[in-house]
Ligand binder design. Structure first.
Ligand SMILES: [Fe+2]
Ligand SMILES: [Fe+2]
Length: 152
């Protein structure tokens, strides 16, 4: 069962980012199965490791995009990524599958971790990139129509 009900509000409009966010949401669904199925701490830790690996790779993709497009809020966005990784590592360290409080904390986790960051930070980043790409496409089209050559 999906933990995070995916809907259009979570789409950033950037196909690459959206595909990876959906993959992360699937990992969170797998985590829920592990927690609710009482699969034990080791199984949950394995899923959390998968989440951490995937998240790190995803954050690197966003970092490359931010650098490539000189995103003005790059530092703030990167700091959020670092905080999210710290939180998931902390969660993995302290998670105790046998206590209701710990299970409940884990249930809150993806919402804060994934949806808030997507809604408030990734969407802003995706809009900036789309605008930067649009501007670059327009510039190239204008050069082409004038017969300008691409500067090396
Ligand atoms: Fe991000
Ligand atoms: Fe993201």
């Amino acid at each position: 069962m999906d933990w995070i009900a995916w809907d259009d509000t979570l789409d950033t409009g950037d196909a690459g980012m959206d595909a990876e966010h959906k993959e992360l949401a699937r990992f969170f669904g797998r985590l829920r199965e592990a927690v609710e199925g009482s699969e034990g701490k080791a199984a949950c830790a394995t899923v959390l490791d998968n989440i951490i690996d995937h998240a790190k790779a995803h954050f690197e993709l966003e970092q490359r995009l931010m650098t490539q497009h000189a995103y003005p809020k790059m530092e703030q966005h990167a700091a959020e990524h670092a905080m999210l990784i710290r939180q998931v590592l902390d969660c993995k360290e302290n998670f105790d599958v046998d206590t209701a409080a710990s299970r409940s904390a884990l249930m809150q986790f993806p919402e804060v971790w994934l949806t808030y960051h997507i809604l408030f930070s990734d969407k802003e980043l995706a809009a900036f990139i789309a605008s930067a790409r649009g501007h670059s496409a327009k510039t190239q089209a204008s050069r082409a129509s004038r017969g300008d050559r691409e500067t090396p």
